[in-house]
Every structure is written in structure tokens, then in C-alpha cells.
Design a protein around this ligand. Structure first.
Ligand code: NAD
Ligand code: DAU
Length: 355
């Protein structure tokens, strides 16, 4: 028995690999292109583990993916690989089309060819699980109810549009070809191995480097935060008991305005890693030019996954954030490794024009 994971060297993918292997002896084949966001350092503790096989490659490479499927005969494919950062999608949308749209389509075709050749009983138990985002639903008005699985798709950024397209492809491969698929749409994750281009790890990194903590616009945009390992447990549960063809929203029932998140991070750092001058890290907060087309509010109604599958987050925002800050303080080598080289070029490209 084996499973194939795509994008397992990224933030959520690597957390999933660790969470999965903590409870399974199955072979996990991990296919990742190692873009700027993929990092083998996230998987270092598995280097000698025979249950983990890392393969460097692109999901759009049909020959490679079909060879992996034929060789390892996985019972499931879990698709995490994507270009994932909204700001990068605004600077350069085409990489998002290559991986999130064309790559997902090529992967679906490779999987369909493999699945079509399986015996009927193996075919029936096979699953393709597509990991997606709440951003496909667009932006909520202040008093609107949280997104549930029946909300219209109204993606606003190139990233969100590319993920929406991938969700539609997955849905169509189920309806047209009968491929057994599951789609999950999750809210904002945070936790270990989060690349410091995203708000929470960027603020932690900048705070300790004595740099400004950039708040886009008025800082009152709302996100629904979920600790990454809770997301990973939700994915395992959907794989175990989800109904093929269904979508499941995953979220933490935990809406926070950005400025509140950043102030909480500053307070945690003040306590755990005080500034040498005794002042608060909050003094480094700097309001900067807003993100183009910035979505005002996301919130997930996670009622379906909770009632149908019995999943609930185990961490509160307070416990999850404390664990996250502690992880970043203890793993400064990891931060130094991932913030060398190309990272600096990105910071210049994204923040130089916002002052
Ligand atoms: P990430 O950017 O940290 O990691 C993406 C991984 O995919 C990297 O390891 C990268 O090397 C790999 N990859 C990119 N293009 C590839 C290609 N063509 N072939 C093979 N591998 C490729 O992303 P993440 O934050 O871990 O997100 C994982 C998935 O979860 C994405 O599909 C994202 O849309 C979704 N998601 C993320 C969040 C979040 O808060 N981060 C929330 C909801 C859903
Ligand atoms: O909602 C799920 C999505 O969450 C995922 O699909 C995406 O892959 C993931 O990147 C994340 O998207 P966001 O755009 O919400 O995350 P980000 O961390 O980039 O930004 C969070 C909020 O903080 C957002 O309102 C923008 C704001 N922000 C971000 C950065 C990087 C700032 O104010 N300053 C910053 O420097």
C-alpha cells in the first residue's frame, strides 16, 4: 500500500507528511518541484526513513507521474502542489496558471490513465484528494455568514482564480470520467515550516531582525486562522471517510483582523524574546500601501466536516500561536536557510514600492 503526495516539501505538504507518517507504515511518495517554496530542510528528519520517498519533479510531467503511479500503485493521490502566495500572483500570474491550472489538469490526466487500468474493486477504493482554499469564494461583507460548500465561486486574485479553475477541473474529472475525487477548501494556515513571505512568519522574521512589520492598508482585513496540523488531521479524516465527489470546507472558527494578529505576535515575542532596548515589538508596526484587490474578509463554516466526519480543530488560536512562535524561536537556522538568496529579491520587489 502506498500514497502519492504532491507538494510535500512545502509548508502544509511537509506538515502533512510528518503527521501522516506519525501514524502509518505505508510508503509515502512525495513529488515536489522544489520551487522557492519547497524546502528539503522541512523533511530532514525523514532522510533515513524507508517509508518516505522523495521525488524531484513537476506535476505537469506526464511521463514522470505515470511512471511513479505504475511503479508504486498508490491507493490515493493527495494534491498539495501549487503556487500559493497572493502577492506573487499579482506580480507574476503565469507561474500560477502553469502549476495550479495546467499542472493540475496534467496530473488529473496522468491519474485518470492509471485509474482506468485498475481492476474494478481497486478502482472503486481509489481517491484523488485536491487541497484547495477558501479564497475561491471571494470576499465576505462584514455581517455575511461564513462560506459554506454551496457558496458561489467569486475569486478575486490571480491566485484565487487559478485555484478556482483547478477546483472546477477536479469536479469535471469526477462528473465526466467518474474519477473518485474529494476537494477540501481551507482557511489561512499557520505553524511550523511556514515560509516567511506570508503574514505570520514574515512578522516574526522581521520583528527579530529589527525591521518594519508591514501592515497592508488599514490592517482591518479579516482572515480565519487554523493551526496547520489541524488542517492535516482534517485532510486525513476526509481521505478516510469523505464521500467521493463532495467538497469539505475546513476552518478554525477563528476570525481575526490582521492588526490584532500582529499585535498578539508582538506581545508573545515581548514575553519570550524581549527586545534589547526593553521596548515592545509593536513599535515596529508600519502601515504600508494596500495589496491590489485585497479581499476584506474570509470566514469558513466548517459545519459539514464537523457533523459528517466528526473533525474539529484541536488547537485554539492562543495555543497554536504560542507553539508557532516557540517553533520559530527554536528554529532560527531553518529561517536563515530559507531567507537567503532569492528571498531577498522578493522582499525588495514586493515592499520597496509600498512605503
Ligand atoms: P507552499 O507554497 O508552501 O508549497 C507549495 C509546494 O508545491 C512547494 O513545495 C513547491 O515546491 C511545490 N510545487 C510548486 N509547483 C509545483 C509543481 N509544478 N510540481 C510539483 N511541485 C510543485 O504552499 P502551502 O501553503 O503549503 O499550500 C499547499 C496547498 O494548500 C496549496 O494547494 C494551497 O493552495 C493550499 N492552501 C494553502 C493555505 C495556506 O494558508 N497556506 C490555505 C488553504 C489552502
Ligand atoms: O485563505 C487561505 C489562503 O491564505 C491560502 O489559500 C493562501 O495560499 C495563503 O497564502 C493565505 O492567503 P492570504 O493572502 O490571506 O495570506 P497572507 O499571509 O499573504 O496575508 C494574510 C493577510 O495579511 C492578508 O490580509 C494580507 C495581509 N498582509 C500580508 C503580508 C504578507 C499584510 O498586511 N502585510 C504583509 O506583509
Amino acid at each position: 500500500m502506498s500514497i502519492l503526495v504532491t507538494g510535500g516539501a512545502g509548508f502544509i505538504g511537509s506538515n502533512f507528511v510528518h503527521t501522516w507518517l506519525a501514524g502509518s507504515d505505508e510508503l509515502l511518495v512525495n513529488l515536489d518541484k522544489l520551487t522557492y517554496a519547497g524546502n528539503l530542510g522541512n523533511l530532514q528528519s525523514l532522510a533515513q526513513d524507508p517509508r518516505h520517498m522523495f521525488v524531484h519533479g513537476d506535476i505537469a510531467d506526464r511521463e514522470l507521474v505515470q511512471a511513479l503511479l505504475t511503479q508504486h500503485q498508490p491507493r490515493a493521490v493527495l494534491h498539495f502542489a501549487a503556487e500559493s502566495h497572493v502577492d506573487r500572483s499579482i506580480h507574476g500570474p503565469l507561474d500560477f496558471i502553469h502549476t495550479n491550472v495546467v499542472g493540475t489538469c496534467q496530473l488529473l490526466e496522468s491519474v485518470r490513465a492509471y485509474w482506468s487500468g485498475l481492476s474494478p474493486d481497486v478502482q472503486q477504493s481509489f481517491l484523488f484528494l485536491h487541497v484547495s482554499t477558501d479564497e475561491v469564494y471571494g470576499s465576505l461583507k462584514p455581517q455575511a455568514p461564513a462560506f459554506n460548500e454551496t457558496n458561489l465561486y467569486e475569486p478575486n486574485s490571480p491566485y484565487a482564480a487559478s485555484k478556482a479553475a483547478s477546483d472546477h477541473l477536479v469536479r469535471a474529472w469526477h462528473h465526466t470520467y467518474g474519477l473518485p475525487v474529494l476537494t477540501t477548501n481551507c482557511s489561512n494556515n499557520y505553524g511550523p515550516f511556514h515560509f516567511p513571505e506570508k503574514l505570520i512568519p514574515l512578522v516574526l522574521h522581521n520583528a527579530m531582525a529589527g525591521k518594519p512589520l508591514p501592515i497592508y492598508g488599514d490592517g482591518m482585513q479579516i482572515r480565519d486562522w487554523l493551526f496547520v496540523q489541524d488542517h492535516c488531521r482534517a485532510i486525513s479524516r476526509v481521505l478516510e471517510a469523505g464521500r467521493p465527489g463532495e467538497t469539505y470546507n475546513i476552518g478554525g472558527w477563528n476570525e481575526k483582523p490582521n492588526i490584532e494578529v500582529v499585535n498578539t505576535l508582538c506581545s508573545l515575542l515581548d514575553e519570550l524574546h524581549p527586545r534589547a532596548d526593553g521596548k515592545s515589538y509593536a513599535e515596529q508596526i508600519t502601515y504600508v500601501k494596500d495589496r491590489a484587490g485585497h479581499d476584506r474578509r474570509y470566514a469558513i463554516d466548517a459545519f459539514k466536516i464537523s457533523t459528517e466526519l466528526g473533525w474539529r480543530p484541536q488547537e485554539t488560536f492562543e495555543t497554536g500561536l504560542s507553539k508557532t512562535v516557540a517553533w520559530y524561536l527554536q528554529n532560527q537556522c531553518w529561517v536563515e536557510n530559507v531567507t537567503s538568496g532569492g528571498y531577498r529579491d522578493w522582499v525588495t520587489a514586493n515592499y520597496a514600492g509600498r512605503a
